[in-house]
Write a protein that binds this ligand. Structure first.
Ligand SMILES: NC(=O)C1=CN([C@@H]2O[C@H](COP(=O)(O)OP(=O)(O)OC[C@H]3O[C@@H](n4cnc5c(N)ncnc54)[C@H](OP(=O)(O)O)[C@@H]3O)[C@@H](O)[C@H]2O)C=CC1
Ligand SMILES: CC(C)(CO)C(=O)C(=O)O
Length: 324
């Protein structure tokens, strides 16, 4: 099986390194310093029990890597449009694109049913270019319940969690998803199959849509955010709005916001991926994580005053700092 990681950062590097170390040929489409590092050192993953390394074929040229059986797509949502030319070079009619990303994805309403079926979100795929380049039938949703970072280009640090949830956008039970989950299982992931992947996406997003922007607004690590009563009251009010939206679109959340925050606490996370980006002066993934929730709220008629405030404050702060 030919697997290529596009987006060999924290999540892509984690998945790539573990697959390669498990004996699965896993290449990387990378650029700049990450490409140089992969070519020099191969995959490198710092885990609690030591440094895992594995060889990798890395290139910035999709033609050199060729059409893949599986592409693990792990770029930040805002980087996806610029990655499309490379991505399309890796995709053939039978390629599965495993979208291992946070936020509302471009394929979210493709084949899912409900009041927003077929809807394209302006905050996610403004001109429809992503959906045109990566059709839903080529896509496998992947919800990433783990925490990782890169301490330097090509060197991944694992902080906690190994859970990946995979599912078809049209909610069918497919052989390819079961095979992928089994493969990831052999690489040491807690890989699960879901026939309601949108619901899993929404549940994960329910945590990220507050923790990530609040970490950027405050500069605080997750433990400090979770320990602050007033900040968490605000987060839970925003999550309540998202829960209401989820109920309307077929993604009901069975938990209270407080329960979801405990899940985040157990992950042992320090800096959210959005805080890592802000601190490094990189653009932040705000549209897919917060803007999209607000947009869906407006579509289904749920008022979102707390989400609006969160988006407005984070967006303005990010604009001033050149991060948005
Ligand atoms: N980090 C975490 O703990 C978690 C992250 N997530 C989600 O996973 C997704 C990936 O996040 P994360 O791994 O943290 O992100 P990173 O920023 O660590 O990695 C993204 C990688 O994508 C690369 N990239 C971007 N555009 C291109 C391109 N055109 N061609 C080649 N490579 C490209 C970047 O390369 P370059 O450096 O050259 O720009 C970078 O190496 C996000 O949606 C995030 O929210 C989900 C759960 C946990
Ligand atoms: C690690 C975690 C769960 C924090 O919300 C995450 O998804 C991120 O940092 O983007």
């Amino acid at each position: 099986m030919r697997i290529c990681v596009l987006g060999a950062g924290a999540v892509g590097g984690f998945i790539g390194a573990r697959l390669a170390a498990a004996g699965v040929e896993t290449s990387a489409l990378a650029r700049g310093e990450t490409l140089a590092s992969l070519r020099k050192h191969g995959w490198r993953l710092q885990q609690q029990d030591g440094l895992l390394t594995a060889p990798v074929l890395a290139s910035d040229d999709a033609a050199e890597l060729g059409v893949q059986d599986v592409v693990v797509l792990a770029v930040k949502a805002h980087a996806l449009p610029s990655a499309l030319p490379a991505l399309t070079g890796l995709i053939g009619p039978d390629t599965a694109v495993v979208a291992a990303m946070n936020g509302v994805p471009w394929w979210f309403f493709e084949g899912f049913g409900g009041p927003c079926e077929g809807r394209r979100l302006a905050s996610v795929d403004p001109d429809g270019r992503i959906a045109a380049a990566v059709p839903a039938r080529s896509t496998v949703g992947c919800v990433v319940h783990l925490s990782a970072s890169t301490s330097e280009p090509g060197l991944v640090q694992h902080h906690g969690g190994t859970r990946l949830i995979l599912g078809e956008p049209d909610t069918s039970d497919s052989a390819r998803v079961r095979e992928l989950a089994a493969l990831l299982g052999t690489a040491g992931f807690q890989a699960e199959v879901s026939t309601e992947i949108q619901r899993q996406v929404w549940y994960k997003l329910w945590g990220n849509m507050t923790m990530n922007p609040v970490s950027v607004l405050t500069g605080a690590t997750a433990d400090l955010i979770l320990d602050d009563e007033l900040v968490m009251a605000f987060c839970h009010a925003a999550m309540q709005e998202a829960s209401e939206i989820g109920g309307r679109i077929g993604c009901p959340v069975a938990e209270r916001p407080e329960d979801r925050s405990q899940v985040t606490r157990r992950l042992g996370l320090s800096r959210t991926s959005m805080l890592q980006d802000a601190e490094a002066g990189r653009p932040i993934e705000l549209d897919a994580l917060v803007g999209a929730v607000r947009e869906i709220g407006a579509l289904v008629g749920v008022p979102t005053p707390h989400i609006d405030a969160l988006l407005g404050l984070t967006r303005l702060g990010a604009r001033v700092r050149g991060l948005y």
